[in-house]
Design a protein around this ligand. Structure first.
Ligand code: HMG
Ligand code: MG
Length: 321
């Protein structure tokens, strides 16, 4: 079994992780979380979404968050990842890309779906309409020297339409890629995928797109996310989205639970000897920080186990560590 030597972890906690939280998280807490993630070695952190505040109120402060993070990056005195930091943000339309570019975005993500029902519920248009809209959005971003990532939701099942065929995903993924996306992130929005289905999905998409342009994005509703990641790694996928403390969900996908926890992913990669550039204990600190604010424990099993181990360690060992 050959695995990638290095995996790019796309940390989506500040966006996907928080977008579903009912109580608005203050900007200072969001920025402090992002700083802790940077300190832990995360090079790619999705920091917000330039979407309608009526649709997702939690993301209404994304302009200010991005501005402050871009300023922080300029004064950053900690370690800088070899390829620098990237702070992608979601944009659904031309207004979104315009606002994101003025706030300093160097990477935006357009987000579509492979089922008509989810597309309408999430962005209020059909798949064809969304791709037409994204064509203009991608063109504006690329003309401004901004990279474009593409997301597809419901690739392993839809909360409204049920099963989704891999060939359907491959067709939409190819169309999205042709708009100029450097990467397509395949989203199991409601976390229903299994390793068998993930294998069939990746085989179908890899038949039309280069594997180097694929990322996987699993929600962990049925506890299958890490097993699905293994299938991706075995097929050469070297970019994985995850959310610190396993936060997350989509406001337009009832029953969708949190994302794959970044701590669990890093524990897996460390165990496999695959480099992610992330320091697990500092990542756990970032997770604990946001969970203290939210008033609940991290959903990450690795974070829970490491916290329990450190609480049980004799005081002298804790001091040495
Ligand atoms: P609409 O209602 O059809 O659009 O929504 P509209 O053009 O009629 O605009 C409605 C209002 O929003 C107007 O304000 C606009 O100005 C404003 P009003 O005149 O009523 O005061 N507006 C905006 N405001 C700020 N920024 C903008 C913007 N655009 C319009 N960019 C729209 C269409 C796409 C805007 C809406 O449906 C929307 O914002 N949807 C976003 C939904 C969302 O963010 N979902 C979660 C992210 S996707 C996800 O989580 C899945 C993923 O993680 C992968 C996976 O797991 O599958 C990525
Ligand atoms: Mg998601």
């Amino acid at each position: 079994m050959t695995l990638p030597d290095r995996v790019k972890l796309v940390e989506v906690g500040p966006r996907d992780g928080l977008q579903n939280e009912a109580a608005v998280v203050p900007i200072d807490i969001k920025v402090a979380l992002i700083e802790k993630l940077m300190a832990a070695g995360l090079a790619v952190i999705e920091v917000g979404a330039f979407v309608s505040p009526k649709w997702v109120p939690q993301m209404a402060d994304s302009t200010e968050v991005l501005r402050r993070v871009v300023a922080k990056q300029d004064q950053w005195t900690g370690a800088v990842p070899p390829s620098g930091f990237q702070f992608p943000v979601l944009v659904p339309n031309e207004r979104g890309v315009r606002d994101a570019l003025s706030a300093g975005a160097k990477e935006v993500a357009i987000f579509g779906a492979v089922t008509e029902s989810f597309s309408r519920k999430n962005i209020n248009c059909s798949i064809d309409e969304s791709l037409q809209r994204f064509e203009a959005v991608a063109a504006s971003a690329l003309a401004a020297g901004c990279r474009v990532r593409g997301y597809l939701s419901c690739v392993l099942g839809c909360p409204y339409e049920g099963e989704v065929g891999p060939e359907v995903v491959a067709r939409v993924a190819e169309r999205l890629y042709r708009l100029g996306c450097y990467e397509i992130s395949l989203g199991d929005t409601i976390g229903v995928g299994t390793p068998g289905k993930t294998r069939a999905l990746l085989d179908a998409v890899a038949a039309v797109l280069p594997v180097s342009a694929l990322a996987v994005h699993f929600h962990d509703t049925y506890g299958q996310a890490l097993a699905n990641v293994m299938v991706g790694l075995e097929r050469g996928v070297a970019t994985v989205d995850a959310s610190v403390a396993g936060l997350g969900g989509c406001p337009y996908a009832r029953g969708a639970s949190g994302n794959l926890a970044s701590e669990d992913l890093v524990y897996l990669l460390d165990g496999l000897g695959v480099d992610s550039g992330v320091d697990l204990s500092m990542l756990c600190e970032a997770g604990q920080f946001i969970c203290d604010h939210l008033g609940r424990p991290p959903a990450s099993k690795a974070a829970q186990a490491l916290a329990a181990r450190s609480a049980a360690a004799p005081k002298s060992a804790q001091k040495r560590a």
